[in-house]
Design a protein around this ligand. Structure first.
Ligand code: NAP
Length: 281
């Protein structure tokens, strides 16, 4: 039997109805949730991402501002803008779209965002909160993946989870969230000699690599939950993930599609973080 689809689009729709209700309640109290999105440069993919994020804010009844700057923007000017947004009471979340132009130190920029408004969850403090199990902003992509895994109804506790990829924004926080949910977690990366040896033992596989066909059907345990974070292009230029979807679908128990999987959930969790920030501030 082919795997059941975990639709990020459907799950997002359901979650966003609740988000919109909570946002309306806050707005009625004079505290409309507000997100500021900053884009520096003209990267085409980033332009699409920020447009989608701002549109999602509007649809959920949030206030949002999109600030676009030339790729030559000085780092000091960007830091000054963040400082102003940190002090703006209408803004509860600040997102600086990555990647930034090379002359700007991304770490400095991330750390300049007030920890109360770090809705991307990329700061050292947010990472430390996740690491130590304290409440705080969770990075949106792995947070969304957790919601998708939970939506299957399969208990995570006691399962073996394999995360492929160890970036600070996806792989590492994903592994920590699974660990917090009492999975036994293996993290694989480009120096892992035999990736299939690990993935074949996994009840849950999260692929966050950025290379298509990284996970093929022979690497998957029958019935496993497969979450595909990757965003790549196939030979026809169509969007695809890291997973050989059509073949893995015949083996896995649950699988996320690309597009329509992790992408929409990432934006949904950005809304959740911004909403919760507004509820807290
Ligand atoms: P990244 O920073 O480039 O990290 C990729 C990771 O994959 C690295 O840890 C790397 O290992 C590992 N890797 C590379 N080749 C490998 C191999 N052959 N076997 C095992 N591991 C390998 O990328 P990222 O930011 O985490 O993003 C990963 C993918 O997710 C990208 O396609 C990105 O576009 C996508 N993404 C999607 C969303 C969404 O909302 N849908 C959000 C974020 C990212 P090393 O550490 O050893 O180099």
């Amino acid at each position: 039997m082919p795997a059941q689809l975990i639709s990020g689009t459907q799950l997002s729709q359901h979650l966003r109805e609740d988000i919109a209700r909570r946002a309306a309640a806050l707005t009625a109290q004079g505290k409309q949730p507000g997100l500021a999105v900053i884009l520096v440069g003209e990267d085409p993919a980033s332009q699409v991402y920020v447009r989608n994020k701002v549109k999602a804010c509007g649809d959920a009844g949030f206030h949002s501002v999109l600030e676009k700057y030339d790729a030559t923007m000085a780092q000091a000017d960007l830091l000054a803008r963040i400082d102003a947004l940190n002090r703006d009471p209408a803004i509860h979340g600040i997102l600086v779209q990555m990647p930034l132009p090379k002359h700007i130190d991304a770490n400095k920029v991330i750390e300049a965002i007030s920890t109360r408004k770090d809705v991307d969850g990329f700061s050292v403090l947010s990472a430390g909160e996740l690491m130590t199990g304290l409440p705080g902003f969770r990075p949106c992509t792995p947070y969304g993946c957790m919601k998708m895994i939970e939506s299957t109804g399969v208990p995570i506790k006691g399962k073996h989870a394999v995360v492929i990829g160890r970036s600070n924004t996806v792989g590492k926080p994903m592994a920590l969230l699974l660990l917090q949910a009492n999975a036994t977690v293996t993290i694989c990366h480009s120096n892992t000699p035999d990736l299939a040896l690990h993935t074949r033992q996994a009840d849950i596989v999260v692929a966050a690599v950025g290379r298509r066909n990284t996970l093929t059907a022979d690497m998957v345990k029958p019935g496993a939950i497969v979450i595909d974070v990757g965003m790549n292009r196939d030979d026809q230029g169509k969007l695809c993930g890291d997973v050989d979807f059509s073949a893995v679908q015949q083996v896995a128990g649950w699988i996320t599609p690309v597009p329509g999987g992790v992408g929409p959930m990432t934006i949904t969790m950005l809304l959740v973080n911004t909403l919760e920030s507004a509820e807290r501030i």
